[in-house]
Design a protein around this ligand. Structure first.
Ligand code: SF4
Length: 205
């Protein structure tokens, strides 16, 4: 990037001041003469970028969580404003990741706030050819009925030698990568209490 042909702008004090202001506002000039020789801060700021402030500065509160995507379990800080997630960043206090997130973890906010995210219960009946929306209460009752029925039908008190089992292999839990740490904790507790053995999550946190 080079300054335009400043000689063609004419002469006079005003012109000199204009040229001076222009040159001093040129990022390369500021980089070479100022306190930002690598051009990663003040030297490359425009009046507009100077007036911007990060979403993390204006958040009402910050919650700590763990990235849901993989077994590394990097720490995250979730910034909230007006009850909405406005930013998710790496947690510098995490002994696992020390503030870092990979590109996937860095995009966690999109997972939470994407307009493509499903927020309704979608159900396709046996032999149905299309999806339908269900009320959450209806869906929860359907799931609970099926869990109770499967557990009753497959419950094992003892094995063939009379040894205590107290288990069922008729129900299992397979979590997805988008379940967070706290949800996984509750799911593991619930399914173990119900006697299930196969309790798995994609991330295995
Ligand atoms: S997906 Fe990336 S940020 Fe998330 S836990 Fe794994 S390595 Fe860490």
């Amino acid at each position: 990037m080079v300054p335009p042909d400043i000689g063609a702008r004419g002469h006079g004090r005003d012109t000199d001041m204009g040229v001076r202001t222009f040159i001093e506002g040129w990022p390369v000039y500021r980089q070479l003469t100022g306190s930002d020789p690598l051009g990663r801060g003040a030297a490359v700021q425009s009046p507009r970028s100077k007036s911007l402030e990060p979403r993390t500065e204006t958040a009402d509160s910050v919650a700590r969580s763990v990235c849901p995507y993989c077994a590394v379990g990097c720490g995250q800080r979730v910034f909230v404003k007006d009850g909405k997630v406005v930013q998710i960043e790496g947690d510098p206090d995490s002994p696992i990741s020390r503030g870092r997130l990979c590109p996937k973890g860095s995009a966690s906010k999109s997972l939470v706030t994407s307009s493509l995210r499903q927020t309704k219960v979608r159900y396709r009946r046996p032999y149905g050819t299309d999806w339908e929306d269900l009320d959450l209460d209806v869906a929860m009752n359907m799931i609970a009925d099926r869990v109770v029925a499967a557990r009753n039908e497959t419950w094992q008190d003892t094995d063939a030698q009379g040894r205590k089992l107290n288990r069922t292999v008729g129900i299992a839990s397979l979590g997805g990568a988008t379940l967070d740490n706290e949800e996984n904790y509750l799911i593991k507790k619930l399914f173990t209490a119900m006697g299930a053995l196969q309790i798995e999550n994609q991330a295995r946190i």
